[in-house]
Write a protein that binds this ligand. Structure first.
Ligand code: GDP
Ligand code: MG
Length: 382
């Protein structure tokens, strides 16, 4: 993973401005111009129970022809992002970081210190199970010396925290397809969690790695949603495939992947809507989006975006989404805000899926790969 970002950073330096677009165009064929009447190939024909897709794709922007997106600078290198992560996690706003610091700052650890520590951990969204495990491991390992030797105590705490966050999980992002297929990344989650923003930031990282990217605006509920995605696309120099307002999301996703295949792009990222009116509606919609895409190419990654500041609510959402689609990775956004941090451990345990990316702000470079050690070092103010 680290290598991934370092490579991204190095490549980014080479891919300034027009060069980015040059790569974009040279690596992939030009997208076909928008047809007068949308044409859906025969194999796109939906199953009988699924609405027709034909009227759904009306606007299809073209790939930029000249050296394109003007003023597109290179992404911030990964080490700088991680330094920012540490600064933000270590800020006193983070309950988990504060709890850890408090434990290390007492003169003598007694039962009431452990009780307070336990309470802080639970209130920092770490969850009862992980908290109990951590406290009993620490009580055992620090039984003799306590925290009298702060450096040793901190090292033990670091080790146990890293074990909880689990450095053995495979956090690789699957953004490449097999053979001629593009990688297809579906981004799902409740509205407002940061899906569209994450799609934009992720596209920027992939472009910086020299990949070609196409976005699919399958949140067709509001026209503004597709506009927002397209604006992100323009910011980071990639095309957006969009449908009419209230179009069938599955159809837009299908067209995006089809266009991606035709243009030989490396990765298609599909932004989806996250209305949680009824679980059944959501299940139908997301399930269908995935099924329809997979008539063309396998979905290589399903990223569930969770707002880290929503704590237990976020977990409830995560469970619902995990039931309707096979989530392969979690993006935890807004870790820069009043998030408590412990949610990382809980959500991974609940879903059995690793946190792969974290959102650290609203800017284009505010996305970082998740790394257990970096995260814990951030919390411990290392
Ligand atoms: P969507 O409805 O899931 O697509 O969410 P959006 O991408 O539209 O994001 C909702 C709001 O959250 C926007 O104001 C974003 O700028 C903001 N946002 C997204 N990610 C982050 C993050 O990591 N940190 C912060 N502070 N804000 C974020
Ligand atoms: Mg959105």
């Amino acid at each position: 993973m680290t290598l991934w970002w370092i490579l991204g950073g190095v490549l980014a330096a080479l891919l300034v401005g027009g060069v980015v677009a040059g790569v974009l165009v040279s690596r992939g064929k030009q997208l076909p111009p928008a047809p007068e009447k949308p044409v859906i190939p025969a194999k796109a024909q939906p199953a009988e129970d699924e609405p027709a897709e034909a009227e759904l794709v009306e606007e299809r922007p073209r790939l930029p022809e000249g050296p394109g997106p003007i003023g597109l600078d290179s992404p911030e290198p990964a080490p700088n992002r991680l330094a920012r992560l540490r600064r933000r996690l270590a800020s006193s706003q983070n309950a988990l970081a504060r709890g850890l610091a408090d434990l290390l700052s007492v003169d003598r650890v007694d039962d009431s210190t452990w009780d307070d520590f336990e309470t802080t951990l639970i209130s920092s969204d770490l969850g009862v199970g992980p908290t109990t495990e951590l406290v009993s491991a620490l009580r055992r390992r620090l039984a003799i010396d306590g925290v009298a030797n702060p450096a040793k105590a901190k090292a033990v705490l670091r080790e146990e925290m890293i074990a909880l966050v689990d450095p053995t999980l495979d956090r690789t992002l699957h953004v490449t397809g097999e053979g001629d297929n593009p990688g297809v990344v579906m981004v799902v989650g409740v509205n407002g969690t940061g899906k569209t923003t994450t799609v934009g930031k992720l596209a920027r990282v992939l472009v910086a790695e020299g990949r070609t990217v196409l976005l699919g605006a399958a949140d067709t509920f509001r026209a503004a949603a597709a506009d927002q995605l397209q604006t992100w696309g323009e910011r980071v120099g990639v095309q957006t495939v969009r449908g009419a307002e209230a179009a069938d999301p599955a159809s837009v996703a299908y067209t995006a992947v089809k266009d991606g295949i035709d243009a030989e792009v490396g990765t298609v990222i599909i932004d989806t809507a996250g209305r949680l009116h009824t679980k059944t509606g959501l299940m139908d919609e997301l399930g269908k989006v995935k099924r329809v895409i997979e008539k063309l190419a396998p979905v290589t990654e399903v990223l569930l975006v969770l707002d880290a500041t929503t704590g237990q609510n976020g977990l409830v959402q995560a469970r619902i989404f995990a039931e309707v689609v096979d989530v392969t990775g979690i993006v935890l956004t807004k870790l820069d805000g009043s998030a408590k941090g412990g949610i990382v451990v809980q959500v991974q345990r609940e879903l059995g899926v690793p946190v792969k990316l974290i959102g650290l702000g609203e800017g284009v470079d505010d996305l970082a790969p998740f790394d257990a050690e970096q995260f814990v070092d951030g919390l411990l103010g290392e």
